[in-house]
Design a protein around this ligand. Structure first.
Ligand code: FAD
Length: 466
């Protein structure tokens, strides 16, 4: 039987990054993955394929709607070749997951394909083509999450689908009903909207992106309505029925009236839940929380002292970069180091266009905590860069402490917000004040000038270009 310093169950961004860092720190490392490709949800059916389709559909929309204005004439009709679009997405996924194979080899990490389950706290059975047993001094559970549904919905994976199927449809829906106005529903909804589908979003809460700052959700709502999304907030879905090639979704609106949506596909994007099936956690003495997540302490250690857990399977934001940070954190903890993660500075991004990005506290959170704060906001449309590319929607909003001027939260909607948020993370990591950022030179013309202008606005209303 092979013995390891550390075994990692699950090869998503949490697991494979943990494996690399463990190997870098000199530990004999094994990684176990039940699927034939490494990379987990993010690389196979999450972050990467969704961004590939968002990019392809964005090109199509630009060609149809904007090329003419830019002075680019295309003779003949512009058509979508969905098969090719999905094939390109798959080749991006294949290249990316292949890259993880390379990284595992480069770092001398043993890869086992099969379902990992605990025999006891130091032995793992791997059921693949045959069953293998390994011994591990320490184990990191990185088994991620799966799409959630509502108890009365029967996912047939053909027309009543989750994000996984939405990434490989064979036709463009005529009318896609999206249940859940969170990140995944809006991103995939926008892919098919751009390709010509009618898209109706049905959201239980009173706004889309309900966990983000209400200012950004209001702005994105406005922009999506301009893009002809049908957004129905405060709608409680109560049934989903498939009749032939039709799907019928019934919901109660705010007034308690029944509303019926009829379409040809329904995307159920109501969140994700921790995935621990088949792990046989009891045999290792690993406890779950009431919500079915693996329980961990501040060192990400489970109730079994040599077993740790990271990523979507534990509490906190379900984001790839959060999982990665936790992977490094546990590896360094095992090596005797004292790593630290500032969970307040994990940025959240929505890759619609315009993009939405956020870090730190929202206005709602500051109000609830009774923190006195000031706001500086700057609209993207006032930037020369935005006019040059016709990306006029959105704003940057900076929330700073009323007394000390320390930046407490940054929220933005706009072109390239996903990349711009990194500036806010750096500023907040170094506990910058709004004035610090307002006095830094930002290249002109760039979208990041909106960050400087919002910082100027937050410090005595000094914005220059509005
Ligand atoms: P996962 O990536 O879920 O990996 C877990 C792995 O463990 C899987 O490969 C699974 O097969 C394996 N596994 C489970 N049980 C066992 C077992 N018993 N034995 C062996 N293997 C097992 N996040 C972002 O930050 N940015 C984005 O843009 C983004 N876009 C997304 C888009 C979509 C459509 C979806 C669905 C998710 C998106 N996410 C995004 C979320 C992101 O994918 C997850 O937060 C991330 O993958 C979590 O990483 P993880 O390592 O914790 O788990």
């Amino acid at each position: 039987m092979k013995s390891y310093d550390v075994a990692i169950i699950g090869s998503g961004p949490g697991g494979y990054v943990a494996a690399i860092r463990c190997a870098q720190l000199g530990m004999k490392t094994a990684i176990i993955e039940k699927y034939s490709t490494l990379g987990g949800t993010c690389l196979n059916v999450g972050c990467i394929p969704s961004k590939a389709l968002l990019d392809s559909s964005h090109h199509y929309e630009d060609a149809v709607k904007h090329f003419e204005e830019h002075g680019i004439d295309i003779p003949g009709d512009i058509k979508v070749n969905l098969e090719q679009m999905i094939a390109r997405k798959q080749s991006v996924v294949d290249q990316t997951t292949g890259g993880i194979d390379f990284l595992m080899k480069k770092n001398n990490i043993d890869v086992y394909q099969g379902l990992g389950s605990f025999k006891d706290a130091t032995h793992i059975l791997i059921s693949g083509e045959e069953t293998t047993e390994i011994e591990a001094k320490n184990t990191i559970i990185a088994t991620g999450s799966k799409p959630s549904t509502l108890p009365f919905i029967k996912l047939d994976k053909e027309r009543v689908i989750t994000s996984t199927e939405a990434l490989k449809l064979k036709e463009i829906p005529k009318h896609l009903i999206v249940i859940g106005g969170g990140v995944i529903g809006l991103e995939l909804g926008q892919v098919y909207k751009r390709l010509g589908a009618e898209v109706s979003v049905v959201e239980f809460m009173d706004r889309i992106l309900p966990t983000m700052d209400s200012g950004v959700s209001k702005e994105l709502n406005k922009v999506l309505k301009k893009q002809k999304f049908k957004i129905n907030t405060s709608h409680k879905v109560k049934s989903v029925e498939r009749v032939g090639d039709e799907v019928i979704v019934k919901a109660d609106n705010k007034k308690g009236e029944e509303v019926t949506f009829t379409g040809d596909y329904v995307l159920v994007s109501v969140g994700r839940h921790a995935y621990t099936e088949g792990l046989n956690l009891e045999a290792a003495g690993v406890k779950l929380t009431e919500r079915g997540k693996v329980e961990v302490n501040e060192h990400l250690q489970t109730s079994a002292s040599n077993i740790y857990a990271i990523g979507d399977v534990i509490k906190g934001a379900m984001l790839a970069h959060k999982s990665e940070e936790e992977g490094v954190f546990v590896a360094e903890t095992l090596a005797g180091q004292k790593p630290h993660i500032d969970y307040n500075l994990i940025p959240g991004v929505v890759y619609t266009w315009p993009e939405v990005a956020s870090v730190g506290k929202t206005e709602e959170q500051l109000k609830e905590a009774g923190v006195a704060y000031k706001t500086g906001q700057f609209p993207m449309r006032a930037l020369g860069r935005s006019r040059a590319s016709m990306d006029l929607d959105g704003f940057v909003k900076i929330l700073a402490d009323k007394t000390t001027d320390e930046i407490l939260g940054v929220h933005m909607v706009g072109a390239r917000a996903a990349d711009m948020i990194a500036e806010a993370v750096v500023a907040m990591e170094y506990r910058a004040s709004a004035e610090d950022v307002s006095r830094m030179s930002h290249a002109h013309p760039t979208f990041t000038e909106a960050i400087k202008e919002a910082a100027l606005a937050a410090t005595d209303n000094r914005a220059l270009h509005i």
